[in-house]
Design a protein around this ligand. Structure first.
Ligand SMILES: Nc1nc2c(c(=O)[nH]1)N[C@H]1C(S)=C(S)[C@@H](COP(=O)(O)OP(=O)(O)OC[C@H]3O[C@@H](n4cnc5c(=O)[nH]c(N)nc54)[C@H](O)[C@@H]3O)O[C@H]1N2
Ligand SMILES: Nc1nc2c(c(=O)[nH]1)N[C@H]1C(S)=C(S)[C@@H](COP(=O)(O)OP(=O)(O)OC[C@H]3O[C@@H](n4cnc5c(=O)[nH]c(N)nc54)[C@H](O)[C@@H]3O)O[C@H]1N2
Ligand SMILES: [Mo]
Length: 760
């Protein structure tokens, strides 16, 4: 036990801090993307691969879920999309010799960066119980081992089936089918740690767990809020859409504790002005909010809109929309009228004038869109905050008409599609009925476990087998020590993966690695489909030669595992599904609403849009049949003296737990990741200085949690707040610190203290 990852990567001793950038993308971004790609895949493969990204006959970029749009440029990718592709298309390989040289124990002591840099997995590997080494295993034997362990369980609920968000619609649909046929709804997914709060809030208020805008809407909006999101790094192609909206006259308000480069200014490499010159100024207004202040901000803006309506009736509120399409307005209005400005100022750290000025923008805008990502979803009150954004939009009828609506910006490239395909621990009765109708078996009705509950189930011995369709569960989840111990207590852990990661090193007694094809790779003559952040479904076809002849597609892995578990008598034609993915899509067409005529429609270049009742018809399929106003209490998160509120973010050189490199160029950090960004005034107050080394300590009723050795960077973040990278800081977040309703770990508000380390 107490196996700890080292804290440093070779090469990060030379940590260098420069000044943060004020603009994102542009030529350096293109140059960086080509350099990383050359290093991983050589010049020829780079050029062949990158011309196919996001083209109508190419593959969907595995980077993020931002949509592609109709008018594609020849280079429809971004620096970070190119890095995501290079990670997958790399020429480096992890072979059986590698596993003979490196024991599991040793791998557990490597950094995430080192593990990822080893390259693509090439053949199925088995770590027998009691052994420290993975050894090669045939696919047949691997499936047999899993089937045996599953059959040995006392109940199907003792098995957990995780999904990360890169899995195609076809593989996801079959995977949930296998899991439910086996008899459980234990289908935790990365969404539980990501946009679950958005789904919870939007389903209750608008009747759909997704956004209600299209790319066209974004181009047409008069005012766009970008809240709790760093698109310059995480959704770079969104910057082009924002630029286009600006060309059409939109104003942009950025709400963030950090002055993120991409929000301030954008140099579009695909425009002449992006190569030389200053590029486009994106945000017209930057509200540097305190962490967790957003509920207060949106409530305050709504309050000011009510007051504007009092002063000039018929000017600030869309009465007709409120009366015809919404429910709960009166209760909500009463609550908002009682809002206390002192609380608002304390929670947001913003002046009343700043909020009032922003409301003038709102009053001047016919149509408003609010975009958000992890800055809103990973707090205790996340669901309430997003509901409050819905209230704010409903007030002026900013849902279900062109240029207006909610826009949760999704992370993984098919995380939204996976949920549409039924990867959900709380499936609707209608979905289960449709499965029964189509496949003739009774799926279980009791809800399954989400990500956090799955860890609890392992910890408490209620679950014994853990299967992951992609991702890196051990590194992505909170409370690292608790989670690692939970995982180690499993009888069997199985990872279907493309690249080596921590979840292959922190395993159950017995472990399997099942290597699979990535998006970029040829899957015989088959293609798969994905759904983007705006509900567009389209085909994705890989063209590269697979990293190894021994890889199977995710679809093939599910089908062969199913045949091994159920024998040939399950009444489900797994073999035909594997042979021809059209056969899977025919079933999806009959089970999942909106997919009628799937095979024909997905062959139309560009794909098709899924129905979206709020957007298409101003229809709100909620419990009341109307869009619901909701009352959400403002509880100011008060941080005790001497403490700061920490958010855990992504650097520019990482994809979740995959570390591409050790720089965070836009924030001026080079060659290192163990840094903490703190406001200079807070540093002065705490008696600390830029360049000092500290431990980050979070305090909880069950004891302290500590992340060691971080270099302080004096940085213009909001007062009282600080930031550091995940996964290094996951250790600070207890398993039980979760958002209400959505159960998402509170990765964006962790109270910590900084403890100076004795000089070395
Ligand atoms: N290159 C790259 N692309 C990615 C990913 C990646 O790791 N690398 N990950 C993908 C995934 S799965 C996801 S979910 C998305 C994540 O995309 P983001 O949500 O942009 O990712 P984070 O780095 O978590 O950034 C959170 C942002 O919210 C701000 N923020 C934090 N707390 C608050 C708050 O309380 N209020 C407000 N207003 N702002 C706050 C932070 O300062 C930061 O700018 O990106 C996807 N795309
Ligand atoms: N503290 C903190 N923790 C967080 C977050 C945070 O902001 N702060 N963000 C959370 C969020 S938003 C998310 S989405 C989760 C991410 O959680 P995960 O999705 O579980 O993690 P990833 O790092 O994206 O997974 C990377 C691994 O996926 C595998 N992989 C890549 N492509 C494929 C493929 O095509 N098929 C298969 N089968 N495997 C593939 C590779 O082996 C790679 O090592 O992390 C969450 N954790
Ligand atoms: Mo995510």
């Amino acid at each position: 036990m107490a196996k700890k990852a080292p804290q440093r990567d070779a090469g990060d001793e030379g940590l260098q801090i420069g000044s943060p950038k004020e603009w994102a993308a542009g030529v350096p971004a293109v140059a960086h993307s080509l350099l990383t790609s050359y290093a991983q895949m050589g010049v020829k493969r780079t050029l062949l691969t990158l011309v196919r990204v996001n083209q109508k006959n190419g593959f969907d970029c595995p980077g993020c879920a931002w949509p592609e749009g109709d008018h594609r440029s020849p280079a429809e990718f971004c620096e970070n999309g190119a890095k995501a592709v290079a990670e997958e298309a790399t020429l480096r390989r992890v072979t059986r010799d590698f596993f003979a040289r490196h024991g599991v124990d040793e791998l557990a002591r490597r950094t995430d960066y080192w593990l990822g840099q080893q390259g693509r997995l090439t053949e199925p590997m088995h770590k027998p119980a009691g052994s420290d080494h993975y050894v090669p295993v045939t696919w047949e034997r691997a499936f047999d081992l899993i089937a045996r362990q599953l059959r040995a369980l006392d109940s199907p609920d003792e098995a957990l089936f995780y999904t990360s968000g890169r899995t195609s619609n076809e593989a996801a649909f079959l995977y949930q089918l296998l899991v439910r046929r086996f008899g459980t709804n234990n289908l935790p997914d990365c969404s539980n740690m990501c946009h679950e709060s958005s789904g919870s809030a939007l389903t209750q208020t608008l009747g759909i767990g997704k956004g209600t805008v299209s790319l066209e809407d974004l181009h047409k909006a008069d005012l766009i809020f970008v809240v709790g999101q760093n698109p310059g790094t995480n959704h770079p192609r969104m910057l082009s859409a924002l630029e286009k909206a600006k060309d059409n006259g939109a104003r942009i308000v950025a709400v963030n504790p950090l002055p993120e480069a991409g929000l301030l200014r954008f140099k579009n490499p695909q425009r002449p002005g992006g190569v030389i010159g200053h590029g486009t100024r994106l945000a017209d207004r930057f509200l540097q909010i305190r962490l967790n202040g957003d509920l207060a901000l949106f409530k305050a803006m709504s309050r000011l809109l009510l007051e504007a309506e009092d002063a000039a009736p018929g000017t600030a509120i869309d009465r007709e929309f409120v009366q015809t399409h919404t429910h709960g307005f009166d209760d909500w209005e009463k609550d908002v009228r009682e809002l206390d400005w002192a609380d608002v100022e304390e929670a947001t750290g913003l002046s009343r004038t700043a909020v009032e000025d922003t409301v003038q923008d709102v009053l001047g805008a016919r149509s408003v869109i609010v975009c958000w990502a992890m800055g809103l979803t990973q707090h205790k009150n996340s669901v309430a905050t997003i509901r409050e954004i819905v209230n704010f939009l409903l007030l002026r009828g900013n849902v279900g008409r062109p240029g207006a609506g909610v826009c949760p910006v999704r992370g993984h490239s098919n995380v939204q599609g996976d949920r549409t395909m039924g990867i959900y621990e709380k499936p609707s009765p209608a979905f289960l009925d449709a499965l029964t109708e189509e496949f003739g078996f009774q799926p279980p009705r009791r809800h399954g476990t989400d990500a956090v509950d799955s860890i609890r189930a392992l910890r408490d011995g209620r679950a014994k087998v853990f299967v992951a369709m992609g991702g890196n569960f051990v590194a992505a989840t909170p409370d690292t020590q608790v989670t690692e111990a939970a995982m180690r207590s499993a009888r069997l852990t199985v990872q279907v993966s493309t690249k080596l990661n921590r979840s292959h090193a922190v395993t159950g007694e017995e472990a399997l690695i099942l290597p699979t094809l990535g998006r970029t790779e040829r899957d015989r003559d088959q293609f798969v489909t994905v759904e983007d952040s705006m509900g567009m479904v389209h085909a994705s076809r890989g063209r590269l030669r697979p990293a190894s002849p021994d890889l199977l597609s995710e679809v093939a892995i599910v089908c062969r595992l199913a045949r091994t578990i159920f024998g040939e008598g399950s009444g489900i034609p797994w073999e035909s599904f594997e042979a021809d993915y059209d056969a899977i899509r025919d079933r999806i067409a009959r089970v999942v609403p909106g997919f009628g005529d799937f095979n024909a429609r997905v062959r139309v270049p560009g794909g098709f849009a899924l129905p979206n009742a709020p957007r298409d018809e101003r229809r709100f399929p909620t419990d009341t049949g109307l869009a619901n106003f909701t009352v959400n209490d403002l509880e100011v998160l008060r941080v005790p003296a001497g403490r700061l509120l920490l958010q855990t973010v992504r650097s520019h050189d990482q994809y979740n737990t995959t570390i591409y490199g050790l720089d965070d160029r836009y924030r001026g950090v080079h060659s290192g990741r163990r840094v903490v960004f703190v406001n200079p005034d807070d540093l002065a107050e705490l008696g600390l200085a830029d360049g000092e080394t500290v431990d980050l300590i979070s305090e909880w009723p069950d004891g302290e949690r500590r992340a060691e050795e971080f270099r302080i960077i004096s940085y213009p973040t909001a007062r009282g707040c600080c930031a550091a990278y995940f996964p290094e800081t996951n250790v600070l977040v207890p398993l039980d610190s979760v958002a209400e309703t959505s159960n998402t770990p509170t990765s964006k508000s962790v109270v910590i203290r900084l403890a100076r380390r004795p000089a070395a």
